[in-house]
Design a protein. Structure first.
Length: 266
């Protein structure tokens, strides 16, 4: 008997690999979810630019001060002087009016109230204007040399030093020959009146008129000298005298006669 020989064929490694590859290839692949990298940036804050408030500072210069207008000043002085003269004449003529008539008296009282209101405004406004203008002039020269300040100050009419009568120097307690400005003279007179009123002296007060005062104390010799100068210059009529009481508005009128006239040599 012939013997059977069984032959076992062992697959080679190549076949094994092939099988493995095939098996892997045939296995369905799971779909891959794509990973998207998202970078979330923080919200950018909105920046609103707010402009800082700007303050425009206009420097005070010499041009800011009121320009002196000679023509206007002359007109106002003439009107002021004319008004003072008319008021003096009016006061004299009042003696011829019969105030026992109630109707007449009421009409005058109405007009007087209007007049006193206007005169009060003028009395307060005039010193305020001078003070304000001098303050502006001083500020405009701030930071400049002292020589420049002196020059600007001397140019101001109210601060210009002038030769004055001896009666004003005696009143102010200054030596003979001292030069005085109109502002200094006005301040000396109003300051004296204020100081006497503050002492409670009733003799200086004018009953029913707070804007007037009597010429008592040192004011007496001062205004006697003014009266003498007015007569010498022919500005006081024969038989007329300076009243024993005046208003604040009238100070400037009479104070003019405290300053000596300048003689212009041609």
């Amino acid at each position: 008997m012939s013997s059977k020989v069984e032959t076992t064929i062992t697959p080679t490694s190549t076949e094994k690999k092939t099988k493995k590859v095939v098996s892997k290839a045939t296995k369905p692949e799971e779909p891959m979810t794509p990973v998207v990298s998202t970078t979330v940036s923080p919200p950018t804050p909105t920046v609103v630019e707010v402009a800082a408030p700007t303050t425009t500072v206009t420097p005070i210069t010499e041009e800011s001060t009121p320009t002196e207008n000679t023509e206007v000043s002359t007109q106002l002085l003439e009107q002021f002087n004319d008004l003072s003269d008319k008021l003096t004449d009016f006061t004299k003529n009042m003696r011829n009016i019969t105030f026992s008539n109630k109707d007449v008296r009421n009409k005058f009282e109405t007009v007087f109230k209007k007049f006193f209101k206007a005169s009060s405004q003028l009395t307060v406004t005039y010193p305020e204007i001078i003070s304000k203008q001098l303050s502006v002039a001083e500020k405009s020269s701030h930071g400049k040399s002292s020589v420049k300040k002196t020059t600007n100050k001397d140019k101001s009419a109210v601060n210009k030093k002038l030769a004055v009568e001896d009666n004003l120097l005696t009143f102010m307690g200054l030596e003979k020959g001292t030069l005085v400005s109109r502002a200094e003279a006005l301040q000396a007179i109003t300051g004296y009146v204020k100081s006497v009123k503050e002492t409670g002296n009733p003799d200086i007060k004018v009953e029913g008129n707070n804007r007037a005062f009597k010429l008592i104390g040192k004011l007496g010799p001062l205004f006697k000298g003014i009266e003498k100068t007015m007569i010498e210059r022919g500005d006081l009529k024969k038989g007329e005298i300076v009243p024993d009481k005046i208003t604040y508005i009238q100070i400037m009128k009479y104070m003019t006669y405290c300053f000596k006239k300048t003689t212009v040599v041609v």
